[in-house]
Design a protein around this ligand. Structure first.
Ligand SMILES: Cc1cc2nc3c(=O)[nH]c(=O)nc-3n(C[C@H](O)[C@H](O)[C@H](O)COP(=O)(O)OP(=O)(O)OC[C@H]3O[C@@H](n4cnc5c(N)ncnc54)[C@H](O)[C@@H]3O)c2cc1C
Length: 373
């Protein structure tokens, strides 16, 4: 039996992108129904692990900057509406060689967009941030508009705000398919069929499975985050230890956060994980998973021990060019698929929600920087 046909938009998957989209759609007055196989804020997808970096001087491209500036406004709005602390500004360090992809990209982005930043050499870094051990010839760019987000709290807050604005959110509900119907689409779920005029598919790592017929160029990658004990937690407090990304001499990317638990800092490797299936991912942590973080701490940080107090598995959903995908389905008019990950999507989530709202309700085009399949 098909239930209710009074919804304007059905949102499939209430992780970062889906919950933020439901919030922005409901704020515009749209009739929203959302489906989530787990519960908002869960740890089975791509939006868990305590922290996510927010940064504005984007090495991936200066054209992302206006979106990030808008995202920051929306993060603050969500904080205000939900009375939750979601974004802590710490400043951000990009460390590497001047000519490397990271530092050159951050500088280009900062200069093109007039973003406040400072270039620090080895000596200046040893005074300002002695927790980092730089090698001869390395530099760091410090930008102001950077910090960290709290992913589980943020997704739950957006879902709660969407519900408060009238959205109907169905948790513990698996979507099996999205099909065409006379009035738009019918969403077939483990708890029945639901009609809506349009649908937004924000299923994260499960997007390839739900949209198999579209052959989107997406690959799911297993990623591990590790928490290493620090000897003097006060030196790694958010006021003293900005979020950082470091490009090593081998063109590899490592990143880390200040302490949020008063005893350890989170470190992670960007990419370098194996392809995986989200339904059969290996969630056991192996020594090989955490060795790169221990090696990084030993070689590049001071005051971080090899004692791993926690480690967790997560997933990237990557496109070939590390941009995002906003796709329409020619066989299903009124359906948009959003995959905004490639390991850097979280900070954009509220602005993606706003862009999806414009695309669905006003047929507005999304900026070209978002790779549109
Ligand atoms: C380890 C790691 C570190 C990262 N670090 C950063 C960072 O520092 N900064 C940053 O900006 N980004 C970062 N990212 C990327 C960012 O976290 C992702 O871009 C973002 O979380 C993706 O959100 P999503 O909504 O696409 O996926 P998810 O949040 O996983 O949401 C997808 C949702 O869809 C649901 N779903 C799927 N299939 C179905 C179905 N059939 N029926 C019902 N529900 C379904 C899932 O249960 C899930 O809740 C990182 C990612 C990882 C894994």
């Amino acid at each position: 039996m098909t239930r209710g046909s009074s919804f304007d938009v059905a949102v499939v998957g209430l992780g970062a992108m889906g919950a933020m989209s439901a919030w922005r759609l409901a704020a515009r007055g749209a009739g929203v129904i959302g489906f989530e196989r787990y519960r908002p804020g869960h740890d089975h997808g791509s939006s868990h692990g305590d922290t996510r970096i927010f940064r504005t001087a984007y090495f991936e491209g200066p054209d992302y900057v206006p979106l990030l500036q808008r995202a920051q406004v929306l993060w603050r709005l969500l904080e205000k509406e939900s009375e939750a602390e979601l974004l802590t500004m710490t400043g951000g360090l990009a460390i590497g060689r001047l000519e490397g992809e990271l530092v050159a990209g951050v500088l280009a982005s900062a200069r093109q967009n007039d973003l406040p930043h400072r270039l620090l050499d080895v000596t200046e870094m040893s005074h300002a941030y002695p927790q980092h051990r730089l090698e001869h010839g390395e530099v760091a760019v410090l930008e102001n508009e950077a910090g960290f987000l709290r992913p589980e709290r943020a997704v739950s807050a957006a879902a709660a705000r969407a519900e408060a604005l009238g959205a109907r959110l169905m948790t513990d509900t698996q979507v099996i398919s999205v099909e065409a119907s006379r009035s738009g689409v019918v969403v077939v779920t483990s708890r029945g069929r639901f009609e809506a005029e349009q649908a937004l598919i924000t299923a994260g790592a499960w997007t390839p499975k739900l949209t198999r017929h579209l052959h989107l160029p997406l690959k799911v990658e297993r990623q591990v985050m590790g928490w290493l004990a620090v000897t003097d937690p006060a030196r790694f407090a958010p006021q003293r230890f900005p979020v950082f990304i470091r490009e090593t001499d081998h063109g590899r990317f490592r990143y880390g956060f200040p302490t949020t638990d008063g005893r350890s800092i989170k470190l992670a490797v960007h990419h370098e994980g194996g392809d995986t299936d989200p339904d059969s991912i290996d969630s056991e942590i192996q020594d090989a998973d955490v060795q790169p973080m221990r090696d990084f701490a030993r070689d590049h940080l001071l005051g971080v021990t090899g004692d791993m107090v926690d480690a967790r598995v997560c997933m990237y959903t990557n496109t070939p060019d590390d941009r995002f995908i906003v796709a329409r389905d020619a066989s299903l008019p009124g359906v948009i698929i959003l995959s905004a990950c490639s390991g850097h999507g979280f900070k954009f989530a509220p602005v993606m929600g706003e862009l999806m709202t414009g695309a669905l309700l006003d047929d507005r085009a999304v900026p070209a920087i978002i790779h549109s399949a």
